[in-house]
Ligand binder design. Structure first.
Ligand SMILES: CCCCNC(=S)N1C[C@H](O)[C@@H](O)[C@@H](O)[C@H]1CO
Length: 651
């Protein structure tokens, strides 16, 4: 990028000089990145080096946009990019590995090199990151008694198997081997986990050493309260904290573990995460830049978490448990310096200004915000109720069990499973249906003979009342809202964890239909909108879709679903993620331009609405995001232009 920005002048080195120059370049055997404990600093190839790093998660950005985001990070003055490796993103089934397309971690490493960024890698095995199960694969829970993140032999066997695939592939990318990885984190904030199993951490450290050699700098990261259980002899200790924390106190604590060597904050929070149903999180520019400047003045190395957040596409969001189950939103904008759509924000320029006081910032302007597009409103047509497509959604047919089985027990990782039983008596009065022990993980949409009765929700809504004739079909569609990524002291199984109770009757004899919704949307709807045999009036989980062309060169855009309730969206078969308009705070979904076909071709959008559709099944594409709506208001943009939203009184 610098060369692209430098003034153009002919480079005419006499040919004899070139061999001399290569002698001056650090060769693989002289490349080094080490801790200089005598001077409390890092050394890169023997010279003092301080990193100013930013986190960007390749797994939250379409591959075609990686170079753009990394370039903007370099132009912001960063010299390092830090990122996790989610184990569940690359080993979807035991022994099955995926490093292709947007999962090609090594292509991302190459893009980082091209952007002139060094790399700090955080391969876990647990990564937290508000990512599904903190990056651990759900198939681990097929052994229900497994103790995650401990020296449980079943857990360690799976960890060893994964790292014996991943780490040898990482080895050539280590800085001293000619690559760009200067350091690697072991586990993630282990001190915040109740197990505090030092033999587990020792096992990981030994495994990393055996597979990566003894030159690479291995480190740990913990909040101040986690240093005791999270740090380990032989691993460099680092901390994480945000703008509002007491830096002096925390770095003072850190010095108890690393009396000498550079101070490092591995996660300086530039913003924060969002939960469905909670207010949008922000961190102010003055607070962020003040803390950054103070750390840089101390000579500390810093990684800003996040520098670009991106999106939890598909079902990949995680969840926290703070008194109750709190799923993370689809947007991972994080109020970060680079917005979810990849645009530089005022926070970026303020940070760039601080960095420029301490080290060289590449010359030249940041790229402008990407072109944005408005479209619509578009009217969607009813494809049919979810139950109409059961044969396509579960081609192998249901699994029968006396008691309901979990997603994990039937090898369903993400999304949805239908639980079906039949009333053994007529229920002539409205009768309570509930699941003991808060056993709905996470949301249940209840139908009787295909007619929607209502919703049960983990921690939130524990019962509903229904009637039905003997032999009536009772369908319970279970939605997995994402497995706990933090604070879980137990494994987060999904599904009906207990048999539901109707009145005084424990309901038994269940058929479980693991649903392959993405296959249906990808393989069937584009061929022929599979009109159900008798499209009924919408009732409960229902598919809607339409096709639309882009009228000009188009741009990034934000899908707005006014009046819709909650569901999932696909554009051209790509799972854009969850929407929950009724609960907020997010009201729009980011649609990257590369997901859409060029002008003239027809794009297809498909919605699975889980509850209730608006009177007019319409959607819009806006030229800006809405991430902080309050729950009671509905915005309808003026149809003529994307002017400021008119605020309608709530509903
Ligand atoms: C409610 C906070 C959940 C715990 N996560 C914390 S403290 N964080 C530290 C964690 O290491 C990182 O992966 C992110 O999860 C970050 C929050 O964005």
């Amino acid at each position: 990028p610098e060369s692209a920005m430098a003034p153009k002048k002919p480079l005419c080195l006499p040919s004899l000089l070139l061999p001399l120059l290569t002698l001056l370049l650090p060769q693989a055997d002289t490349r080094s990145f080490v801790v200089d404990r005598d001077h409390n600093r890092f050394l890169l190839d023997g010279a003092p080096f301080r990193y100013v790093s930013g986190s960007l998660h390749y797994f939250r950005v379409p591959r075609v946009l990686w170079a753009d985001r990394l370039f903007k990070m370099r132009m912001s003055g960063l010299n390092v990019v830090q990122f996790y490796v989610p184990w569940n993103y690359h080993e979807p089934e035991p022994g099955v590995y995926n490093f292709n397309g947007s999962r090609d971690l090594f292509a991302f490493l190459q893009e980082a090199t091209l952007a002139n960024l060094l790399v700090i890698l955080r391969p876990g095995p647990y990564i937290c990151a508000e990512w599904e199960m903190g990056g651990l694969p759900a198939w681990l829970l097929r052994k229900p008694k497994i103790h995650l993140r401990t020296s449980d032999p079943d857990f360690l066997a799976a960890v060893d198997s994964w790292f014996k695939v991943l780490l040898p592939r990482i080895y050539p990318w280590l800085y001293h081997n000619g690559g760009n990885i200067i350091s690697i984190q072991v586990e993630n904030e282990y001190g915040s986990y109740r197990a505090c199993d030092v033999s587990y951490m020792r096992h990981l450290a030994g495994l990393f050493r055996s597979l990566l050699g003894d030159k690479i700098l291995l480190f740990t990261t913990d909040g101040p309260e986690g240093l005791k259980c999270g740090s380990l002899q032989g691993l460099y200790t680092t901390v994480d904290f945000g703008p509002a924390d007491n830096m002096t106190k925390i770095f003072g604590l850190l010095r108890k573990y690393e009396p000498r060597g550079p101070l490092v904050n591995s996660e300086y929070y530039t913003g924060w995460l969002d939960y469905w149903g909670q207010n949008h999180s922000t961190r102010s520019i003055p607070a962020v830049t003040k803390g950054l400047e103070k750390m840089l003045k101390l000579g500390a190395s810093v990684n800003m978490y996040m520098f670009h957040g991106g999106t939890n596409f598909g079902y990949w969001n995680g969840a926290d448990e703070k008194g109750r189950f709190l799923p993370i939103t689809t947007s991972y904008d994080y109020d970060a310096p680079i917005s979810e759509a990849g645009d530089p924000t005022p926070k970026l320029f303020a940070i760039r200004n601080v960095i420029s006081k301490f080290q060289e910032v590449p010359l030249g302007p940041l790229p402008p915000p990407s072109p944005k597009m408005t479209l619509g409103p578009l009217t969607l047509h009813l494809d049919g109720n979810l139950l109409d497509f059961l044969d396509f959604l579960c081609p192998q047919g249901p699994i029968h069990s006396v008691l309901p089985m979990t997603f994990e027990a039937v090898n369903q990782v993400h999304g949805y499973m239908l639980y079906r039983t039949y009333l053994t008596d007529t229920v002539s009065e409205p009768t309570q249906l509930w699941v003991p022990n808060n056993g709905v993980h996470d949301r249940a949409y209840v139908m009787v003979d295909g007619v929607f009765q209502g919703v049960l929700e983990r921690n939130m809504k524990h019962n509903l009342f229904l009637m039905g004739k003997i032999g009536a079909t009772l369908d319970v569609l279970l939605e997995n809202m994402g497995r706990l990524s933090f604070g879980s002291n137990s494994s987060d199984f999904k599904g009906l964890l207990q048999p539901p109770i109707l009145g005084q009757t424990v309901l038994t004899q269940w058929l479980m239909f693991p649903l392959k919704v993405d296959n249906l949307v990808k393989e069937w709807f584009p061929i022929q909108p599979l009109k159900s045999s008798h499209p009924q009036t919408p009732s409960g989980p229902t598919f809607y879709s339409t096709t639309f062309p882009i009228l000009n060169s188009g741009g990034d855009t934000f899908l707005f679903l006014p009046g819709w309730t909650k569901g999932q969206v696909w554009i051209n078969g790509f799972n854009l993620g969850r929407y929950w308009t009724k609960r907020g705070p997010q009201q729009t979904l980011y649609v990257p331009r590369p997901l859409l076909f060029p002008r003239g071709a027809h794009n297809r959008i498909t919605l699975l609405e889980l509850e209730n559709v608006p009177p007019q099944p319409q959607i819009q594409f806006l030229d800006r995001p809405i991430l902080n709506s309050t729950k009671h208001r509905t915005y309808i943009y003026s149809l003529s232009s994307a002017s400021e939203p008119m605020e309608l009184s709530g509903h």
